[in-house]
Ligand binder design. Structure first.
Ligand code: IPE
Ligand code: IPE
Ligand code: MG
Length: 247
């Protein structure tokens, strides 16, 4: 019997899909619940199940970085009870699933201004990020109170401050410089952006990073999303020809 420890989670089946960074606009929880005559919160609960399946699938399929849009900077417009429900589900999800993700070597990262959530949620998020910081198998990025316009405004503010202090010459500001000031600075370039529920818009998600991402829209509602759906999206991505403006 070999003495090598057998990992609970086998090495990822890295197919040749070639997508290092996949982002998903997880939309349609409310409509999923409505179709079943259930309250919206039931759709969000089912949405958490889909998150769990998708994180496992991304890990198994060798996706280096998975970014999930969980709460936009515009979602504060929703009724207070829905925001309370979503925050509660987020806390529950971190408590119930972090051990498994940590075992799998998943690093958790938050983008967006998550400090706007209630203190209990902020503490849990910070603990979870700190605990998984050195994991290297893959990265799960959750966008919380994230808005791309807010992210770009924050970057502009930093550049303006640096210019006022004489640290940079405004004439030398280049795209690469801006990229280092975004929440995604240390993540791989975005390859594939998926949106569920049939809507075909970006809703203020990763506007800068999506410059050359491939877009994939599916009518499937988020709570129905699973490994097979992710594999379909990756197969579709693999068949695309990315030209980046060249020939
Ligand atoms: C996505 O589902 C989840 C969040 C935005 C938090 P929705 O809640 O937007 O579901 P629909 O669009 O109303 O069906
Ligand atoms: C986008 O979905 C935000 C998230 C999935 C977190 P929304 O349901 O908020 O987007 P709109 O309002 O339909 O554009
Ligand atoms: Mg929606």
């Amino acid at each position: 019997m070999a003495s090598d420890a057998v990992s609970l989670f086998p090495a990822p089946d890295i197919s040749s899909h070639g997508a290092r960074h996949v982002a998903i606009i997880m939309d349609g929880n409310g409509r999923w619940a409505k179709k079943r005559l259930l309250p919206r919160v039931a759709g969000h609960k089912a949405g958490v199940e889909a998150v769990r399946r998708t994180v496992r699938a991304a890990h198994d399929l060798g996706v280096e970085c998975l970014t999930l849009y969980a709460f936009s900077s515009e979602n504060w417009k929703r009724p207070e009870q829905e925001i309370i429900d979503l925050t509660g589900l987020l806390k529950h999800f971190i408590r119930s699933d972090l051990d498994e993700f940590h075992e799998r070597g998943v690093r958790l990262r938050i983008i967006g201004d998550y400090r706007a959530f209630e203190p209990g949620a902020v503490a849990l998020i910070e603990e979870a990020q700190a605990r998984t910081r050195d994991n290297r198998a893959n990265t799960l990025v959750i966008a919380l109170n994230y808005g791309a316009q807010d992210e770009l405004a924050r970057a502009a503010r930093i550049l303006a401050q640096q210019a006022v202090r004489g640290e940079i010459d405004p004439a030398t500001i280049a795209p690469g410089h801006i990229a280092t000031l975004l929440d995604t600075a240390d993540l791989p370039p975005l390859d594939l952006l998926i949106r569920t529920s049939g809507e075909q818009r970006l809703s203020n998600f990763l506007l800068w990073q999506a410059a050359y991402a491939e877009l994939y829209f599916t009518d499937m509602l988020w709570p129905d999303f699973d490994k097979n759906a992710l594999m379909n999206a990756l197969a579709n991505f693999k068949a695309r020809e990315r030209r980046y403006g060249g020939l």
